[in-house]
Design a protein around this ligand. Structure first.
Ligand code: KIV
Length: 273
């Protein structure tokens, strides 16, 4: 195979994502928290699967991402890893498992890597978590950064509105992004910030910048699977494109099943032993 040919069956690695940025190939990323979904997503050709702490919202029904535990993240990550052959699997370090104590941060990241066999972790924040990021990187664990709207800080922000509209916050975000690149992160997620700012960060950095609500001038996009498939219909920010109405499809199928059970139509002789 010539070196210019893109091989879609090849395992995605952190190094490959950086190569993709450099040749201008956009990176696709989607969340998964369970075996069956991860298998479908991986077989569809996704580049990165994120075992996001959004599992706290869409799997467990919590209002924020804060309650999910390290044990629960490891449970989800193990299920996803059993199904994934090609995509790079990144796991969120949950709230409380890395802030403020870099030794604890490393212990949390090591548990994720050892117990789930995932390939990288994601952490929210910039300069304030530098020591934790550096300690995890020093153990050979790849780290993806996450800046902008960082949902683990929702109680500090007070709203899920667009971040970094003001110059001061935009300047800090650029400085944080450059810092994360400098200390060795392999990629950064930018959530819900102005498209122009996100494009500027992507232009300044040589590592991939993956956006969610950050416009199209970045190196890739990430969405939450339950939102884009229309399973979770209570969430409709402007940045969300819905690719299906699975809640509607499931509702119709389930109502038909109930009807068939009630009427005695199911099971038929052919469906019986
Ligand atoms: O937890 C998550 O799903 C995320 C994405 C929104 C980037 O962090």
């Amino acid at each position: 195979m010539s070196t210019n040919t893109i091989d879609n069956s090849r395992k995605v690695t952190t190094r490959r994502l950086i190569e993709m940025k450099h040749r201008g190939e956009k990176i696709s990323m989607l969340t998964a928290y369970d075996y069956s979904s991860a298998k479908i997503i991986d077989e569809a050709g996704m580049d990165v699967i994120l075992v996001g702490d959004s599992a706290s919202n869409v799997m467990a029904g919590n209002v924020t991402t804060l309650p999910i535990t390290l044990d629960q993240m490891i449970y989800h990550a193990k299920s996803v890893m059993k199904a994934t052959k090609r995509a790079l699997v990144v796991v969120d370090l949950p709230f409380g498992s890395y802030q403020g104590n870099s030794k604890e941060a490393l212990a949390s990241a090591i548990r994720i890597m050892k117990e789930s066999h995932a390939e990288a972790v994601k952490m929210e924040g910039g300069a304030e978590i530098r020591e934790s990021v550096e300690r995890i990187l020093s153990a050979g664990i790849p780290v993806m950064g996450h800046l902008g709207l960082t949902p683990q800080s929702i109680n500090k922000f007070g709203t899920y509105n667009v971040r970094a509209r003001e110059q001061e916050e935009a300047d800090k975000l650029i400085a944080d992004a450059r810092l994360l690149e400098e200390i060795g992160c392999f990629a950064i997620v930018l959530e819900k910030i102005p498209a122009q700012l996100a494009g500027e960060v992507a232009r300044q950095l040589s590592i991939p910048v993956i956006g969610i609500g950050a416009g199209g001038k970045v190196d890739g996009q990430v969405l939450v699977m339950h939102d884009m498939l229309g399973i979770n219909k209570g969430f409709s920010p402007r940045f969300l494109r819905r690719y299906a109405d699975l809640a509607g499809i499931m509702n119709t199928a389930i109502q038909n099943y109930i009807k068939d059970v009630k009427s005695g139509d199911f099971p038929s002789p052919e469906e019986s032993y």
